[in-house]
Design a protein around this ligand. Structure first.
Ligand SMILES: [Zn+2]
Ligand SMILES: [Zn+2]
Length: 370
């Protein structure tokens, strides 16, 4: 195993065009794997970093965190995947050994918490530019690149009949919605579930709620096409944001068991809390920048046991959740094809950001030739 050359889209300055460069990428070290990318989603957070709306990742860096591909090299000590495996990657790499990992809280792994951004768990970046300077791996992934090096615990093997394009969606958008339902809210049969915002995350939450037997499932969005998609993938009822603003807890049989806030409209959380039944749970996955100060009814929280909960990337357990999602897709239980609106090669990443800005479809994917 040697260093390789990888073509990558490098963010050298926010709000400026990306720089397409040949970088050197390390061979994988202990516990790491090297992946040949086949597909990578273009997510809102990548867009926001490129445009300077978010700035929490180091620069220069290679963005892209919804990736799938083929394992081409495995470092010493890796046993969960082999060379040639088709895989999907999560932006979280639980160590598997700390207290939180032991306690099924791997998404909040202590090693990951200390890691910071742009580097592998051992503190280095695997990418070097032609002047010999390190280039960070944005989101600890760096998938807008022909090749990537990641910890093996971030990687899940998928069946070979699952297309790379579908697989790449699983690691961020799909698992963020699915995990909010399955891992965080732990939705039970016949629990009433309200999903706000029917983008990739919200629609994935609807699909997962249906798999868990939630009833009724109600979807809310401002966009008519998305409301139709909501019905297509499992909503028993949909409503516009305006209709949602007018509903009261008494309209819904004592309140909702579960509410997933995936629209990013922060003030709406207050309305969500008012619509929960006693001990109901509102999971906030919207992740929007906002200066709005949330008013939480603290006394009511105690009296009713209502829960307001954050949820990082669906609290993903990569090996379990991502391979389960791939299996369910392969069995025809997850209609994920609706998400893919466009495919572009890596050198059209700027155009893919334009697609996102114009709201064209749900997901543009960067794809590599077969
Ligand atoms: Zn994402
Ligand atoms: Zn850990």
């Amino acid at each position: 195993m040697n260093e390789m050359i990888t073509n990558a889209a490098v963010l050298r300055e926010a709000k400026k065009p990306l720089s397409f460069e040949e970088l050197t990428i390390d061979a994988p070290r202990a516990g790491e794997v090297r992946i040949q990318l086949k597909s990578c989603g273009v997510c809102h957070t990548d867009y926001s970093l490129a445009k300077g709306i978010l700035d929490h990742q180091p620069i220069p860096s290679v963005l892209g965190h919804e990736g799938s591909g083929i394992v081409i090299d495995v470092g010493p000590g890796v046993s969960n995947v082999n060379k040639g495996d088709h895989v999907v990657m999560a932006p979280i790499a639980p160590c598997g050994q700390c207290g939180r990992c032991m306690n099924q809280e791997g998404a909040y792994c202590e090693r990951e918490e200390k890691r910071g951004w742009g580097i592998l768990p051992d503190g280095r970046t695997p990418l070097t530019d032609k002047d010999g300077n390190g280039v960070a791996i944005g989101f600890n992934t760096g998938f807008y690149s022909d090749y990537a090096v990641v910890p093996s615990t971030a990687v899940a093997k998928i069946p070979k009949d699952v297309p790379f394009e579908i697989a790449s969606l699983l690691g961020c958008a799909v698992v963020s919605g699915y995990g909010a339902i399955v891992n965080t809210a732990q939705v039970q049969v016949s629990q009433s579930t309200l999903v706000l915002g029917l983008g990739g995350v919200g629609l994935s939450a609807v699909m997962a709620a249906k798999l868990r037997g939630a009833y009724p499932i109600i979807g809310v969005d401002t966009n008519k096409e998305r409301l139709e998609l909501g019905k297509e993938v499992g909503c028993d009822q949909v409503m516009t944001a305006e209709e949602f603003n007018n509903i009261k807890i008494t309209d819904f049989n004592g309140g909702f068991d579960v509410i997933i806030e995936a629209s990013g409209a922060v003030p709406v959380i207050e309305k969500c809390m008012s619509l929960l039944r006693r001990h109901g749970i509102c999971v906030y996955v919207g992740a929007a920048e906002s200066t709005y100060e949330l008013k939480v009814p603290h006394l009511e929280l105690v009296a009713t046991g209502k829960r307001l909960c954050g949820c990082l990337t669906g609290e993903v357990r990569p090996a379990l959740d991502l391979s389960n999602l791939a299996k369910l897709y392969s069995a025809g239980r997850l209609p994920l094809d609706i998400f893919i609106s466009k495919r572009r090669p890596l050198d059209e990443l700027e155009l893919a950001f334009d697609d996102l800005e114009k709201g064209i479809g749900l997901r543009t994917l960067i794809t590599w030739p077969k």
